[in-house]
Write a new protein. Structure first.
Length: 394
């Protein structure tokens, strides 16, 4: 994963196509509700401005399914970028064709241009070579700074690299270095925390991590499948019956590797899946048939926190319970605070975990928060990310 970065190439006077991840959430009025991804892209863009490059930004937004759709226009992004950069960022009405070519040719050193949503063309997600070649023809150099889409071989992430020199942006470089170092050269003890609803979503992640970590903490809905595999009754809790055998195998694998596989020792149980549902703390042996576990209990949260406190490397992906409901958010919040208090390197990936650390107010205290949900998951699985593999080696 040792790739050239934007700082390894001369960019002055060159037209530089930057694939950013501006897939930001919008409200009904088309206003940006969270510009984290825009802010994350600024170091690369500001570096290129300072170095006198001519910057052409490209991104997708939402799922327009290959059709032009005003709802998914990048116009709000152009406006917010103009504010953040302190210079006008013009939006071109397309990402290829005559308008894009003319706008790119007019660029002066240090100026920034934004192309319209690349997914307005069905050829983008098909990684169509002709579409990629036309996009690449706008520039002299390609910089991929969109880690969030690096697990997809699309025209604007992988296809363009066949036509112009391709390097990593500063955000991409940071993501790959932090996640790569954690997996390949972790300071120990190395603790991974995996949560979320289903084991099936994270089988590859768990299997890959069991070869690398000292302790693996499992919370969230997926913990129920492991608890049932150990003989506990889990009532009406979310459960993947067809994954019980796999859970047993993973428990055995952890034992054989000497990895401490940590599961909840108590839960917050309720009879219905609702924010106002009455709930209680239940020991594992005391979950009733008409109850479901919606969070880890306080004893589990304390135990997990103690393990996290002694770690030198922590990777966290997935909440400990239904953290969107305040009654069932305490376990996730306690773990978030423990990760924030940890003196080692702390890496948070995956949309729900990122939302949890933001909600708990401890995001600033994490060493690194990954901008890529699916990409960080596939990275943790040990998969090759096409958008990274296609970049020039250092």
């Amino acid at each position: 994963m040792n790739k050239k970065s934007v700082k390894d190439v001369t960019v002055k006077g060159k037209r530089v196509l930057v694939r950013a991840d501006f897939n930001v959430p919008l409200d009904e009025q088309g206003q940006i509700t969270d510009d984290t991804r825009i802010r994350a892209s600024l170091p690369t863009i500001e570096y290129l401005v300072k170095e006198g490059a001519r910057i052409i930004l490209a991104s997708h937004l939402g799922r327009p399914k290959g059709q032009v759709n005003a709802k998914y226009s990048l116009a709000p992004v152009a406006k917010r970028l103009s504010e953040r950069l302190g210079q006008n960022v013009a939006l071109v009405q397309d990402c290829i064709g005559e308008a894009a070519q003319k706008a790119a040719e007019k660029l002066q050193d240090g100026q920034v241009l934004l192309l319209e949503n690349v997914r307005f063309h069905k050829e983008e997600e098909k990684n169509d070579p002709e579409f990629a070649r036309e996009m690449a023809s706008l520039a002299d150099i390609f910089v991929n700074d969109a880690f969030g889409t690096a697990h997809r071989a699309h025209a604007s992430t992988e296809g363009v690299t066949h036509y112009i020199p391709a390097v990593a942006g500063l955000l991409m470089q940071k993501e790959v270095e932090f996640m790569g170092n954690a997996l390949e050269r972790p300071e120990r003890p190395f603790v991974a925390i995996i949560g979320g609803a289903k084991v099936s979503d994270k089988i590859g992640v768990i299997e890959n991590l069991l070869d690398k970590v000292n302790a693996l903490i499992i919370g969230g809905g997926m913990a129920n499948t492991f608890l049932k595999a150990q003989g506990y009754k889990v009532g009406k809790s979310l459960l993947e019956e067809d994954k019980l055998g796999l859970a047993k195998q993973l428990i055995e694998k952890a034992k054989s590797k000497g990895v401490a596989l940590e599961l909840p020792i108590d839960v917050v149980a309720a009879k219905e899946f609702a924010a106002e549902a009455s709930h209680r703390i239940a020991a594992l042996s005391d979950i009733q048939d008409d109850e479901m576990a919606l969070d880890i209990g306080p004893a589990s949260a304390e135990r997990f926190s103690t393990i996290i406190s002694s770690a030198q490397t922590v990777v966290w992906n997935g909440p400990m319970g239904v953290f969107e409901m305040d009654a069932f958010a305490k376990g996730t919040e306690r773990v978030a605070k423990a990760v924030a208090d940890c003196k080692g390197t702390t890496i948070v990936g995956g949309g729900d975990s990122v939302a949890a650390v933001e909600k708990t107010g401890v995001a600033e205290r994490m060493t690194h928060i990954s901008t890529g949900g699916g990409a960080s998951l596939e990275f943790l699985e040990g998969k090759v990310l096409p958008g990274v593999a296609a970049l020039q080696d250092a």
